[in-house]
Design a protein around this ligand. Structure first.
Ligand SMILES: [Zn+2]
Length: 231
Protein backbone atom coordinates (compact mmCIF):
# COMPACT_ATOMS: atom_id res chain seq x y z
CA UNK A 1 0.00 0.00 0.00
CA UNK A 2 2.80 2.39 0.91
CA UNK A 3 4.48 1.93 -2.43
CA UNK A 4 1.18 2.52 -4.29
CA UNK A 5 0.74 5.83 -2.51
CA UNK A 6 4.30 6.90 -3.29
CA UNK A 7 3.86 6.28 -7.01
CA UNK A 8 3.12 9.52 -8.81
CA UNK A 9 -0.21 9.71 -10.66
CA UNK A 10 0.00 8.62 -14.30
CA UNK A 11 -2.17 11.08 -16.15
CA UNK A 12 -0.63 13.05 -19.02
CA UNK A 13 2.86 14.50 -18.90
CA UNK A 14 4.01 14.60 -15.32
CA UNK A 15 6.80 16.70 -13.82
CA UNK A 16 7.95 16.13 -10.26
CA UNK A 17 9.43 18.60 -7.78
CA UNK A 18 11.76 16.17 -5.95
CA UNK A 19 12.10 16.26 -2.17
CA UNK A 20 15.64 14.84 -2.39
CA UNK A 21 18.58 16.20 -4.34
CA UNK A 22 18.39 14.53 -7.73
CA UNK A 23 20.57 14.83 -10.83
CA UNK A 24 19.67 14.24 -14.46
CA UNK A 25 20.55 10.68 -15.46
CA UNK A 26 21.43 11.91 -18.95
CA UNK A 27 23.31 15.24 -18.64
CA UNK A 28 24.01 15.04 -14.87
CA UNK A 29 22.71 18.57 -14.27
CA UNK A 30 21.41 19.18 -10.77
CA UNK A 31 20.25 19.28 -8.16
CA UNK A 32 17.01 19.50 -10.13
CA UNK A 33 14.07 21.74 -9.15
CA UNK A 34 11.86 19.73 -11.46
CA UNK A 35 12.35 16.42 -13.18
CA UNK A 36 10.65 13.88 -15.36
CA UNK A 37 10.90 10.18 -14.58
CA UNK A 38 11.67 8.13 -17.66
CA UNK A 39 11.71 4.39 -16.88
CA UNK A 40 12.40 5.27 -13.25
CA UNK A 41 15.38 7.53 -14.03
CA UNK A 42 15.22 11.31 -13.49
CA UNK A 43 15.65 13.59 -16.51
CA UNK A 44 16.03 17.36 -16.39
CA UNK A 45 13.41 19.37 -18.26
CA UNK A 46 15.87 20.17 -21.08
CA UNK A 47 16.69 16.49 -21.66
CA UNK A 48 12.95 15.71 -21.48
CA UNK A 49 12.32 18.39 -24.16
CA UNK A 50 10.23 20.46 -21.75
CA UNK A 51 12.84 23.15 -21.11
CA UNK A 52 10.92 25.78 -23.10
CA UNK A 53 7.83 25.58 -20.87
CA UNK A 54 7.08 28.08 -18.09
CA UNK A 55 5.77 27.23 -14.65
CA UNK A 56 2.33 28.49 -13.67
CA UNK A 57 1.67 27.91 -9.95
CA UNK A 58 -1.73 26.52 -8.95
CA UNK A 59 -4.40 28.90 -7.68
CA UNK A 60 -6.04 30.49 -10.71
CA UNK A 61 -8.28 27.76 -12.09
CA UNK A 62 -9.49 29.62 -15.18
CA UNK A 63 -5.97 30.74 -16.14
CA UNK A 64 -4.61 27.21 -15.60
CA UNK A 65 -7.33 25.57 -17.72
CA UNK A 66 -6.96 28.11 -20.53
CA UNK A 67 -3.14 27.98 -20.47
CA UNK A 68 -3.32 24.23 -21.05
CA UNK A 69 -5.92 24.68 -23.79
CA UNK A 70 -3.67 27.23 -25.48
CA UNK A 71 -0.50 25.08 -25.19
CA UNK A 72 0.27 22.27 -27.63
CA UNK A 73 2.55 20.83 -24.94
CA UNK A 74 1.91 21.07 -21.21
CA UNK A 75 2.64 19.12 -18.05
CA UNK A 76 1.25 18.84 -14.54
CA UNK A 77 3.75 19.56 -11.78
CA UNK A 78 3.41 17.55 -8.56
CA UNK A 79 5.28 17.23 -5.29
CA UNK A 80 5.05 14.46 -2.73
CA UNK A 81 3.46 15.44 0.57
CA UNK A 82 5.07 13.23 3.23
CA UNK A 83 2.52 14.03 5.91
CA UNK A 84 -0.40 13.08 3.68
CA UNK A 85 1.55 10.37 1.83
CA UNK A 86 0.40 11.54 -1.57
CA UNK A 87 1.44 13.57 -4.57
CA UNK A 88 -0.11 17.05 -4.72
CA UNK A 89 -0.48 19.35 -7.69
CA UNK A 90 1.76 22.42 -7.55
CA UNK A 91 0.91 23.93 -10.90
CA UNK A 92 1.45 23.35 -14.58
CA UNK A 93 4.18 23.84 -17.16
CA UNK A 94 2.79 25.55 -20.24
CA UNK A 95 4.04 27.32 -23.35
CA UNK A 96 4.84 30.96 -22.76
CA UNK A 97 2.75 32.05 -25.76
CA UNK A 98 -0.11 29.86 -24.53
CA UNK A 99 0.06 31.47 -21.12
CA UNK A 100 0.00 34.92 -22.74
CA UNK A 101 -3.09 34.00 -24.80
CA UNK A 102 -4.77 32.57 -21.70
CA UNK A 103 -4.02 35.77 -19.76
CA UNK A 104 -5.60 37.80 -22.57
CA UNK A 105 -8.74 35.65 -22.44
CA UNK A 106 -8.98 36.09 -18.67
CA UNK A 107 -8.48 39.84 -19.00
CA UNK A 108 -11.21 39.95 -21.66
CA UNK A 109 -13.51 38.17 -19.21
CA UNK A 110 -12.67 40.68 -16.48
CA UNK A 111 -13.37 43.50 -18.93
CA UNK A 112 -16.69 41.89 -19.90
CA UNK A 113 -17.63 41.59 -16.21
CA UNK A 114 -16.68 45.24 -15.66
CA UNK A 115 -18.86 46.35 -18.59
CA UNK A 116 -21.77 44.28 -17.26
CA UNK A 117 -21.41 45.91 -13.83
CA UNK A 118 -21.57 49.34 -15.50
CA UNK A 119 -24.71 48.30 -17.46
CA UNK A 120 -26.34 46.96 -14.28
CA UNK A 121 -25.56 50.18 -12.42
CA UNK A 122 -27.09 52.25 -15.24
CA UNK A 123 -30.19 50.05 -15.23
CA UNK A 124 -30.54 50.56 -11.46
CA UNK A 125 -30.10 54.32 -11.91
CA UNK A 126 -32.82 54.42 -14.58
CA UNK A 127 -35.08 52.40 -12.28
CA UNK A 128 -34.36 54.82 -9.42
CA UNK A 129 -35.15 57.78 -11.66
CA UNK A 130 -38.45 56.22 -12.80
CA UNK A 131 -39.33 55.43 -9.20
CA UNK A 132 -38.50 58.98 -8.07
CA UNK A 133 -40.64 60.40 -10.89
CA UNK A 134 -43.57 58.17 -9.93
CA UNK A 135 -43.11 59.08 -6.27
CA UNK A 136 -43.00 62.82 -7.03
CA UNK A 137 -46.12 62.33 -9.18
CA UNK A 138 -47.97 60.77 -6.25
CA UNK A 139 -46.89 63.61 -3.95
CA UNK A 140 -48.23 66.07 -6.51
CA UNK A 141 -51.53 64.19 -6.70
CA UNK A 142 -52.01 63.96 -2.90
CA UNK A 143 -50.46 67.35 -2.06
CA UNK A 144 -51.03 69.65 -5.01
CA UNK A 145 -49.87 72.62 -2.96
CA UNK A 146 -46.47 71.11 -2.22
CA UNK A 147 -43.78 73.01 -4.14
CA UNK A 148 -42.44 70.94 -7.05
CA UNK A 149 -38.80 71.13 -5.89
CA UNK A 150 -39.86 69.93 -2.44
CA UNK A 151 -41.78 67.02 -3.96
CA UNK A 152 -38.73 66.10 -6.04
CA UNK A 153 -36.41 66.27 -3.01
CA UNK A 154 -38.72 64.03 -0.96
CA UNK A 155 -39.06 61.60 -3.88
CA UNK A 156 -35.29 61.52 -4.48
CA UNK A 157 -34.74 60.75 -0.80
CA UNK A 158 -37.31 57.94 -0.87
CA UNK A 159 -35.74 56.55 -4.04
CA UNK A 160 -32.21 56.72 -2.63
CA UNK A 161 -33.38 54.50 0.22
CA UNK A 162 -33.21 51.53 -2.09
CA UNK A 163 -36.02 51.57 -4.62
CA UNK A 164 -33.58 49.99 -7.07
CA UNK A 165 -33.65 46.88 -4.97
CA UNK A 166 -37.39 46.68 -4.37
CA UNK A 167 -39.47 44.49 -6.61
CA UNK A 168 -42.52 45.58 -8.56
CA UNK A 169 -45.00 44.89 -5.77
CA UNK A 170 -42.72 46.40 -3.14
CA UNK A 171 -42.36 49.52 -5.32
CA UNK A 172 -46.14 49.58 -5.59
CA UNK A 173 -46.45 49.42 -1.79
CA UNK A 174 -43.85 52.18 -1.53
CA UNK A 175 -46.10 54.33 -3.74
CA UNK A 176 -49.23 53.71 -1.63
CA UNK A 177 -51.00 56.74 -0.18
CA UNK A 178 -49.83 55.81 3.33
CA UNK A 179 -46.18 55.47 2.32
CA UNK A 180 -46.15 58.69 0.29
CA UNK A 181 -47.89 60.61 3.07
CA UNK A 182 -45.47 59.43 5.74
CA UNK A 183 -42.52 60.46 3.56
CA UNK A 184 -44.06 63.92 3.20
CA UNK A 185 -44.84 64.13 6.93
CA UNK A 186 -41.25 63.20 7.80
CA UNK A 187 -39.95 65.91 5.50
CA UNK A 188 -42.28 68.57 6.91
CA UNK A 189 -41.36 67.55 10.46
CA UNK A 190 -37.63 68.01 9.82
CA UNK A 191 -37.73 70.99 7.44
CA UNK A 192 -40.74 73.10 8.49
CA UNK A 193 -40.87 72.66 12.26
CA UNK A 194 -38.38 72.88 15.16
CA UNK A 195 -38.58 69.06 15.54
CA UNK A 196 -34.83 68.47 15.11
CA UNK A 197 -33.90 71.27 17.55
CA UNK A 198 -36.33 69.83 20.10
CA UNK A 199 -34.69 66.40 19.76
CA UNK A 200 -31.20 67.92 20.01
CA UNK A 201 -32.15 69.81 23.19
CA UNK A 202 -33.19 66.55 24.82
CA UNK A 203 -36.97 66.62 24.37
CA UNK A 204 -38.19 63.01 24.15
CA UNK A 205 -39.30 62.00 20.64
CA UNK A 206 -43.00 61.53 21.45
CA UNK A 207 -43.15 64.84 23.32
CA UNK A 208 -41.38 66.59 20.44
CA UNK A 209 -43.86 65.09 17.97
CA UNK A 210 -46.78 66.23 20.14
CA UNK A 211 -45.44 69.78 20.26
CA UNK A 212 -45.05 70.06 16.47
CA UNK A 213 -48.16 68.10 15.47
CA UNK A 214 -50.25 71.21 14.90
CA UNK A 215 -47.58 72.86 12.75
CA UNK A 216 -47.23 69.71 10.64
CA UNK A 217 -51.00 69.49 10.18
CA UNK A 218 -51.22 73.14 9.15
CA UNK A 219 -48.55 72.68 6.46
CA UNK A 220 -50.15 69.47 5.18
CA UNK A 221 -53.58 71.08 5.06
CA UNK A 222 -52.13 73.89 2.99
CA UNK A 223 -50.45 71.43 0.62
CA UNK A 224 -53.56 69.24 0.30
CA UNK A 225 -55.70 72.20 -0.75
CA UNK A 226 -56.17 72.61 -4.48
CA UNK A 227 -53.84 75.26 -5.79
CA UNK A 228 -55.97 78.38 -6.24
CA UNK A 229 -56.26 79.75 -9.73
CA UNK A 230 -56.03 76.29 -11.35
CA UNK A 231 -59.19 74.55 -12.50
ZN1 LIG B 1 19.51 16.58 -18.54
Amino acid sequence: MAHLATSPPRTGLLVIQPLKRRRCAECHAGPLQMLVLEEGAPRCLDCADLGHLVFLPRGDTALTRRSREESALSAVVVRFNRRRSRYERQGVLVEEAGLARAEERCLADAEARRRRRVRDARRRERKDVRFAEAFAGEIGRLFPGCPADRAQAIAAHASARGSGRVGRSAAGRALSEGAVTSAVVASVRHMDTPYDQLLMSGVPRHEARRRIAAAVETTLRGWRAEVSGIG
